[in-house]
Design a protein around this ligand. Structure first.
Ligand code: AMP
Ligand code: MG
Length: 496
């Protein structure tokens, strides 16, 4: 066996970014981890990526997914990007604590990145240590896998390991690494970095690579680069509408955390809303509420405007024409988003046809939820029971039941104008209204048991519940409850 190389795990790497985009990254190996130990390995994801681990034990998996041992065909890199952080441009960010091991083609021949996050310093680490702490690694594992099970485009978690190293986060913390799988790690910030250098050939190279990898249909368009912008807007509108429909708050929608693929990325200060309130915000550093729930669609549009600026020289040689075409595309974004959101809300209410008053019907419900601080997830889940004639669960969620009763009459009348059997309707609703989301107090409980006692059972249990969010599971009531009042206001943190 070659020194430092593992032969028990086979990954068929096929690295296009490294081969085709010279100058967009540095070659960078992971720092050695003193004593890696496997926390979790995602076998079903590995299988879908054609990763063969047949003869590997936990020790070998830990060695490979800490970066201690390399796999034939991997040629790790740290990618460069820039980005607007909370509205302020930072010309130089990049993978400060991550290395891309390489790319694979999955079972559907879709190209996927496999990246270690928390594996040590890179040329982009700035003042950071390049490491990740156990809590945030488990949070990323849990929430990204939960999002996938909620049918929301997202990066995935392939593995989590502890490194055996103590790191420092205001206090001592356990070092860990999460292996992230993504459709790609190309961000709005990647385009911003390349565009800032004003080298048109490089920008074209990145845009062509992106089209080939994510939007090949744009190639046959009259204006492929305008079509690229349109397609990315479409994917972002789909993504953010899905976030809004389950009450997911990303928390740090900087342009470097906005993917070109339309996947959710970077599970730092994210959290789910309990009771419905459009102003909900958890991030401790977002004093102005820039990334609050209600702002997410507008921020997505703002981020796409930053992307559009980078593409202007490619869209047309005539600057005025370029600006006009890009501006028109951006102006369509909110309407596109609204349409997707409205259709998604209709589905949550068991409605498959369209009527003019639907928007008002939905807004009426949302204002009652806001006024009475009703749990968003549980309310929608309970509506399936109302369709079968049992309103007791729903009624118990309201303090002023009359408002709900009045709304219910309007809603049931609306359902009568959209014929289907009640069992068809309940099936539809239950497939879109999760019974389980990663409840903030349950996530914290799982993280602190692991961090403080080395007890991974709450993490395992929560993960297994979240793998089937649309199915009510026996003895899982506690996972469906909002945080108890003594949990207090929830605060999340960035850059951990
Ligand atoms: P994030 O807030 O995780 O999206 O990260 C923003 C930027 O900070 C990215 O360029 C990261 O690579 C970098 N970064 C975050 N944490 C660390 C760390 N512990 N060490 C080095 N760079 C980091
Ligand atoms: Mg980031």
């Amino acid at each position: 066996m070659q020194e430092g190389r593992d032969n028990s795990i086979h990954i068929e790497f096929d690295n296009s970014y490294e081969k085709e985009l010279d100058g967009f990254y540095y070659h960078q190996k992971a720092e050695p981890a003193p004593s890696p130990s496997l926390i979790k390995f995602n076998h079903s994801l590995a299988q879908s990526l054609n990763i063969d681990i047949q003869s590997a034990d936990d020790e070998q998996l830990a060695q490979v997914f800490s970066g201690n041992q390399s796999i034939a065909g991997s040629n790790p890199i740290a990618q460069v990007y820039a980005g607007h952080q909370f509205g302020h441009y930072n010309p130089q960010l990049g993978d400060g604590r991550a290395v891309l091991l390489g790319e694979v083609l999955d079972e559907h021949q879709q190209r996927k990145d496999i990246q270690l996050k928390g594996s040590g310093k890179t040329p982009f680490s700035r003042s950071g240590d390049g490491k990740a702490a156990l809590g945030p690694v488990l949070r990323e594992y849990l929430v990204s896998e939960a999002m996938h099970s909620l049918n929301i485009p997202t990066t995935r978690a392939l593995a989590a390991v502890t490194t055996g190293e103590q790191i420092w986060r205001n206090k001592p913390a356990i070092g860990a690494i999460v292996t992230r799988v993504a459709a790609s790690h190309i961000r709005v910030g990647t385009f911003q970095y390349i565009a800032a250098n004003e080298e048109l050939d490089k920008l074209k190279q990145l845009a062509d690579y992106t089209i080939n990898r994510h939007y090949p249909e744009a190639k046959t368009s009259d204006n492929p680069y305008l079509q690229l912008l349109k397609s990315i807007c479409q994917r972002q509108a789909e993504l953010v509408s899905k976030w809004q429909l389950v009450g997911f708050i990303h928390g740090v929608m900087n342009t470097d955390n906005t993917t070109i693929s339309g996947e959710t990325i970077d599970y730092g200060p994210c959290a789910f809303m309990d009771h419905y309130d459009p102003n909900t915000l958890f991030s401790s550093i977002d004093a102005e509420g820039r990334y609050a729930y209600r702002n997410q669609p507008h921020i997505a549009q703002w981020n796409l405007a930053r992307l559009a600026e980078t593409l202007l020289p490619l869209i047309s040689d005539n600057e005025e024409e370029s600006v006009e075409l890009a501006t028109n595309t951006l102006h369509e974004f909110l309407a596109l988003y609204q349409g997707l959101w409205l259709d998604g809300m209709r589905t949550k209410l068991g409605i498959t046809n369209q009527e003019d008053g639907d928007y008002e019907l939905i807004q009426d419900l949302l204002s009652i939820l806001k006024e009475q601080k009703v749990d968003f997830t549980n309310l929608f889940r309970s509506l399936g029971y109302v369709v079968t004639g049992d309103s007791s669960n729903t009624t118990s969620l309201f303090s002023v039941v009359e408002h709900w009763d009045e709304w219910k009459v309007k809603w049931l009348a609306r359902l009568e104008r959209n014929e289907m059997t009640s069992s068809e309707r309940v099936t539809l609703m239950n497939a879109h209204n999760p019974a389980y989301i990663p409840r903030n107090h349950k996530v914290e409980e799982a993280l602190s048991a692991a961090e403080q006692d080395g007890n991974y059972q709450p993490f395992e249990r929560l993960l297994s519940v979240l793998m089937n969010p649309f199915e009510e599971q026996d003895n899982c009531e506690e996972y469906a409850q909002p945080a108890p009042s003594d949990f207090g206001p929830y605060r999340t943190f960035c850059g951990t």
